[in-house]
Design a protein around this ligand. Structure first.
Ligand code: NZQ
Ligand code: ZN
Length: 385
């Protein structure tokens, strides 16, 4: 096991009806800005419930944060925060709204050009406004972690940032708030959470058996509940399991003390930046080919994954690894998330611009060994055609 520091200050309030606890969680004298996405939060009544729970606090709203939140939109929120002397932010939505709120929290009190936050990956964040979240889409883990991803549309750049200062103070996880999700977003959520675990688990053996067992537990749970989460939208227990599994998949716990990969995510971000695919769609396209390309260096863990998660007992190590990758790809397809570039009308001619974009963002030595080069990513995309 590697050395590590684990820190996670986010309080979780989990279960039906927990939005009412906002009254305890938000300071009484706070000037609150509630941030949300398109229309879902208002349409589903969640926004009303939140406003009611905030009682007679001073509350203003900022709506319109888009999926894959844009720097351009978020800077409008920053202006509003500064003009209205807001001192507490509340995100109501999925990963995009929570990530966007993290950026606004840091940018509103940042000295200098706010885009530098993304260029420096958040290392230059010195202060941030306090904020909480009400999660409506289980997927990203943003509700209990210190990361975010923001897109600058004018530059076609989607970049991640991280800072201990942008952990939510609290997150409210009410599984009933997910009942209204379109099936596409449920499938996306299962795939995203699954790939988060894979990025932290499927590297090389690091003598970290408890991290492995935690990771395998999360993966097994997702394979067990994925289909049901799609088929039974108002099954409370299934949605509760999905919500908590997605949070645990990326709250820092399973990644402590082990090598991490993240090459699939970084290449996936380029697909979203250039072609506006959903985040999970990009992962479903990239991961199977990425694993095939790197089968040799990941062989031990691929075999372990195949045996423990998919029950693969027959064949050589190489055959077990291939079978595990095929099972993974089939699982994504079974959730309605397509796994080939062609499924999204993308072809060979789109590959070079993606590689150029990856290079221009300095993503040239990715993965747990730093050996995932642009050349390798080119082969991965060709294999995903
Ligand atoms: O905009 P509205 O109208 O609210 O609709 C949203 C949006 O269109 C809808 N939605 C959300 N909750 C709903 C609902 N519709 C009906 N009922 C509800 N309860 O769902 C759509 C997608 O929402 P979005 O927030 O974009 O999805 P997701 O949670 O998958 O977030 C994706 C973003 O998170 C980033 C991704 O890159 C992407 O930008 N990620 C953040 C991470 C992190 N902070 O740690 C890690 C991830 O790897 C990921 O990169
Ligand atoms: Zn992700």
């Amino acid at each position: 096991m590697n050395n590590f520091n684990f820190y996670n200050p986010t309080r979780i309030a989990f279960g039906e009806g927990k939005i009412a606890e906002l009254d305890k969680l938000v300071p009484k004298d706070a000037k609150v800005l509630v941030l949300f996405g398109g229309e879902s939060a208002r349409r589903t009544g969640t926004l009303d419930e939140v406003t009611k729970a905030l009682g007679d606090r001073t509350v203003t709203e900022f709506g319109g944060i888009e999926p894959n939140p844009s720097f351009e939109t978020l800077m409008n929120a920053v202006v509003q925060v500064r003009e209205q002397n807001i001192d507490f932010l509340l995100a109501v939505g999925g990963g995009s709204v929570i990530d966007g709120t993290k950026f606004v929290a840091a940018a509103a009190v940042f000295e200098g050009d706010e885009w530098d936050i993304l260029l420096k990956g958040g290392r230059n964040i010195k202060r941030a406004l306090p904020f909480g979240s009400v999660l409506t889409l289980p997927a990203t883990g943003s509700e209990m972690n210190k990361g975010g991803v923001v897109t600058r549309r004018s530059l076609k750049a989607k970049l991640p940032f991280q800072s201990d200062l942008v952990f939510p103070q609290f997150s409210i996880l009410d599984p009933t708030k997910t009942y209204t999700l379109p099936l596409r977003q449920v499938g996306n959520g299962v795939v995203d959470a699954f790939v988060h675990v894979i990025e932290q688990y499927l590297t090389y053996p690091a003598q970290a058996p408890v991290q492995d067992r935690f990771a395998e537990g999360l993966l097994l749970t997702l394979t067990e509940i994925g289909a049901q989460a799609l088929a039974e939208p108002d099954n409370y227990q299934v949605r509760a399991s999905l919500m908590w599994t997605a949070t645990l998949a990326l709250n820092g716990l399973i990644g402590s003390g082990v090598p991490q990969d993240w090459a699939t995510h970084m290449l996936g971000h380029e697909l979203t930046a250039l072609h506006n695919l959903d985040h999970a769609q990009t992962l479903a396209i990239v991961l199977p080919s990425m694993l095939r390309e790197r089968k040799a260096s990941k062989l031990d863990k691929l075999v372990q994954y195949g045996e423990r998660v998919w029950g693969i007992r027959e064949g050589s190590a190489e055959e077990k690894a291939e079978a595990a990758i095929a099972k993974t790809q089939d699982f994504f397809e079974s959730l309605g998330v397509k796994t080939r570039l062609g499924d999204y009308d993308l072809g060979e001619e789109h590959i070079e611009p993606l590689i150029k974009s990856l290079e221009s963002h300095g993503m040239t030595a990715l993965g747990e060994h730093g050996d995932v080069t642009p050349d390798m990513c080119r082969r991965v995309l060709h294999a995903s055609l």
